[in-house]
Structures are given as C-alpha cells and as structure tokens.
Design a protein around this ligand. Structure first.
Ligand code: URA
Length: 215
C-alpha cells in the first residue's frame, strides 16, 4: 500500500479531483444540486470517513457533514482527541439526492468508480470507517446488517474497514448512542494496530476478499 507521493502531491491530486467533481454532470443528481461536495480533510489522513450523500446544509455549503449529523460527528471525534482536520470525510455520492432520497445504484456506481476510488487511492487511509449502510455496502457483503456488524473491523489489504452506524441514525434513535460511542472509541487502537502490523510485516498482502473487489 506504500504510496511514495508527498503530502503536497496528494493535496494537489485531491484538489484536481474536487475540481472535476464540482462541475460533474455524469449522473442525474447534477440537475438538483446547489453545490457538489467533494469531501474535506487531510490529504494523508490515517482515517477516512465515508458517509452516504450530502444533505441540505452540505449542498448549500459544498462541505461534508456540516448539519446536525456533522455536529455529532465532531463531538465523537473530540472524544477520541481528533478534529475533522485530522481525518478525511467524504460521501459515497457527492451530490445531494432530491428530497434526501436514497442514492440509486447507477448514481453510486458512477460516483464511486469516478471519484471515491481515486480519493482512497490518493489518501491511502489505514482505516476506512463507513457511516451507514450505503457506505458499508461498498466493502461488506450485500446481506450484511449494520445492526449486526457495526464495530466489527475487517482487516484486508493492510487496511481496516470499520462499519459504524450513520450519525443521523443515532440522532434519530438515541438507544444507539452507547454502541456508536463504544465503536468510535476503538478507532485509535485499531489505527495503532494496523500501523504496527503493516510496518513489521514484509510478506506480500493477501489477495482482497471478493466483497472488497470495488477497491
Ligand atoms: N449525511 C451524510 O451521509 N453525509 C453528509 O455529508 C451529511 C449527512
């Protein structure tokens, strides 16, 4: 997974992708958006959060997770001593679906193949935390249930894929709060674990499991 690109080169590459995302017209979501939302954060972040899609406030501002879910995400990051500048935050699709409907399979396929995949390749995060089921479905089997697998890290390709509830789901259902907070608190130890193991392991990485073929 070693990427020889410097921090500046990664930043430039992410800016170049963002410059392609903002005027993108590859799918019908372009017609209803105010601003596309490429994502934001450190170009060499160890931790990448992938949400579902921009909502009303994100669409207005062109930034990810700036509404109520984002405030809760900031609070969770604070509990593990991080701010959003320490991580990279983006979404499966970069434009707000009308009326906040679910993104459609074609919209997801185009946006992931054209933009998200490249963002992951540039940032090379040690841990990808999926927020909610659409993001989870990119890396985990289609029949995986978030209520079952949240907080269960999957180790593959020298990286940890970590399924979490979507912050909006937790805000809607406060019973999920203790689980969300316990899952979140494990992030630093998981990042430390994968950093140690990728430094000490000289053997070639195992082939990616089927469900990770997207990345
Ligand atoms: N919900 C998401 O999934 N992403 C955002 O950016 C905001 C809310």
């Amino acid at each position: 997974m070693a990427d020889k690109r410097s921090f500046k080169e990664r930043q430039a590459a992410l800016h170049e992708i963002a410059d392609r995302i903002r005027p993108c017209t590859l799918c019908p979501l372009a017609a209803g958006r105010t601003n596309a939302v490429p994502g934001a954060g450190r170009a060499d972040a160890d931790i990448m959060f992938i949400g579902e899609a921009p909502g009303f406030y994100e669409d207005q501002q062109g930034l990810p997770f700036v509404g109520a879910s984002g405030k809760y995400l900031d609070e969770l990051l604070g509990k593990i001593g991080l701010t959003r500048d320490d991580v990279f935050i983006t979404n499966v699709v970069k434009c707000r679906p009308p009326g906040n409907r679910d993104p459609l399979p074609d919209e997801i396929d185009i946006c992931v193949a054209t933009y998200l995949k490249q963002q992951v390749e540039i940032i090379q995060p040690r841990l990808i935390a999926t927020l909610g089921r659409f993001s989870m479905a990119l890396f985990f089997p289609k029949d995986a249930r978030i209520t079952k697998i949240h907080g269960h890290p999957l180790r593959a390709n020298e990286r940890i894929y970590y399924p979490l509830f979507h912050p909006a789901a937790v805000l809607r259902n406060p019973n999920l709060r203790p689980a969300m907070e316990a899952d979140f608190k494990r992030i630093p130890e998981l990042v430390a674990e994968i950093s140690r193991s990728s430094k000490s392991d000289d053997s070639p990485p195992p082939p990616p499991p089927q469900q990770l073929s997207l990345f």
